[in-house]
Design a protein around this ligand. Structure first.
Ligand SMILES: [Zn+2]
Length: 196
């Protein structure tokens, strides 16, 4: 399967992801996502970034996990630990290339999720791993890190470049019409909801 990382302002990035059942298709998708993340020099990739509105992301926060041993979160539910406060850390995003900014998020989180065998897990994470997980989790809600920072001329210029790039992709036919994208997202939601 050939996947690409969708870039801002692709509408799939704003489409809320739905809970899924773990199927062979999902297991294969995770393998493909992990490969794409590595090839893109990323440390996290959420399914909406490749056009799948499914609650699923992979990450390798410290870039030290061997291939096939990336962290995989299926149907995650994240709760910030309020008593540990927040911290500022620099973030970037494969869907918004060329933009890095300090973002404030909770320092510690609790997260429950399923693995690819359908087993349930619950763990507390702090530090950089908690940060990467929160960034990826936000993708499942259709949220991007630029939503959390005040805009400035550099950000506006970068986003405008991506908007122009998207318009060119649309004009050349490389990016489908809006209603075609919408239909494809709806079909993916339908398909995963009707797996036996
Ligand atoms: Zn991202």
């Amino acid at each position: 399967m050939s996947l690409t990382v969708l870039r801002f302002p692709h509408p799939a990035l704003r489409y809320p992801a739905v809970p899924i059942k773990v199927t062979d298709e999902v297991r294969q998708l995770v393998k493909d996502m992990a490969r794409l993340m590595r090839e893109s020099n990323g440390i996290g990739l959420a399914a909406p970034q490749i056009g799948y509105p499914w609650r699923l992301f992979v990450c390798n926060p410290r870039n030290d996990r061997p291939e096939g041993e990336e962290l995989v979160f299926v149907n995650p539910v994240l709760t910030p630990s309020v008593r540990h406060g927040s911290c500022l850390l620099e973030e970037g995003c494969l869907s918004i290339p060329g933009l890095y900014r300090k973002v404030s998020r909770p320092r510690v989180i609790d997260i429950s999720w399923q693995d690819l065998d359908g087993n349930e897990h619950k763990t507390q994470y702090g530090g950089w791993t908690a940060r990467v997980i929160q960034h990826e989790y936000a993708h499942l809600l259709g949220e991007l890190f630029i939503d959390l920072i005040p805009s400035d001329p550099d950000i506006q210029q970068r986003l405008q470049f991506l908007v122009d790039e998207y318009a060119l992709g649309r004009a050349s036919g490389a990016i489908p019409e809006e209603h075609v994208i919408e239909e494809s997202l709806k079909q993916l939601v339908e398909r995963i909801n009707h797996v036996a």
